[in-house]
Design a protein around this ligand. Structure first.
Ligand code: FES
Length: 296
């Protein structure tokens, strides 16, 4: 297991993308391993959700989404970070997408889906004055993925443009802080562990998990058992865990194991045997023959 470091090693990589009318975007790259992007995204989506907008900017298309409330779900499953808000949700591949219990993702597709480049950026006008700030991700095909828009000192309530000479410069504090931590490596990452990698056990709540759609008693049993065992494992529910049969289906992120036909009693056994005793409950493991090699 990799040791988590609170200090980012600067890449010292700055590039400029020229736009039309002498406008440009200035990028400062930072490492895009999950131990860097995990704390960054946790900060932005869980702690500073009021200050960021999520979007996508390419020629001919712009998308901007904002949070009205804290995200309802913030979950890393099989390489994808899922963030669910009231009216929309996003998936972002921050770690290799290995595939489900039966179907593995081909190696080249894993690399294509994964964030391969991350930058803090400033958009500059024709006078080289910064006018917007954000974060850009690229995938393994070199395509622009998601954009995160950071607070803009030239915009007031309701995204109204402020009078040109009166920017609210204090709104740049988030950009400045992220730059110090993730681009320059001058301040430590504000976590002792990667918050995205906290182990969790999750039950699928989708009605497609035929024949048993009754996931709530399983969820409650997991919650009670984890609480009684006093272990640092989060109990969650998820949309789909890639089994879609023999429900209720449960997934333990610590060892990437799937369980099927999980009753409340079995849920308790999983917690005691696997999460506490480190012995998977083989009778309910899926696929039944046991674990498959991740690299298959
Ligand atoms: S719908 Fe439950 S695992 Fe897919």
């Amino acid at each position: 297991m990799d040791i988590f470091s609170r200090w980012v090693q600067p890449l010292n990589q700055q590039t400029t993308e020229l736009l039309h009318s002498e406008q440009s975007i200035e990028y400062e790259d930072f490492p895009c391993s999950v131990d860097v992007t995990g704390p960054l995204l946790y900060t932005l989506f869980k702690q500073r959700w009021q200050d960021v907008e999520i979007g996508h900017v390419v020629e001919g298309s712009v998308l901007e989404l904002e949070f009205k409330q804290p995200p309802k779900i913030f979950l890393l499953y099989d390489g994808y970070l899922t963030v669910v808000s009231e009216g929309w949700h996003l998936h972002l591949c921050v770690e290799e997408n290995l595939g489900g219990p039966l179907q593995k993702t081909p190696p080249e597709l894993r690399q294509k889906r994964l964030i391969q480049r991350a930058s803090l950026y400033r958009c500059l006008n024709e006078r080289k004055e910064a006018r917007s700030w954000g974060i850009q991700f690229w995938n393994g095909a070199g395509e622009k993925m998601m954009n995160l828009f950071l607070p803009n000192p030239f915009l007031g309530e309701g995204e109204d443009l402020l009078p040109e000479r009166k920017p609210l410069l204090e709104k740049l504090s988030l950009y400045e802080e992220l730059r110090q931590i993730y681009v320059l490596g001058e301040k430590p990452i504000p976590f002792n562990k990667n918050p995205l990698k906290r182990p969790y056990i999750s039950v699928c709540r989708s009605s497609r998990c035929y024949p048993c759609r009754n996931w709530k008693p399983v969820y409650e049993s997991l919650q009670n058992a984890v609480k009684e065992a006093d272990i640092d494992v989060e109990v969650l529910s998820a949309g789909c865990l890639e089994v879609c049969k023999l429900g209720p289906v449960v997934f333990y992120s610590g060892d990437r194991d799937w369980y099927t036909r999980v009753t409340p009693k079995v849920a308790r056994q999983i917690v005691l045997s696997h999460l506490v005793g480190k012995q998977p409950l083989v009778q309910h493991l899926y696929p039944a023959q046991g674990r498959q090699q991740e690299s298959e």
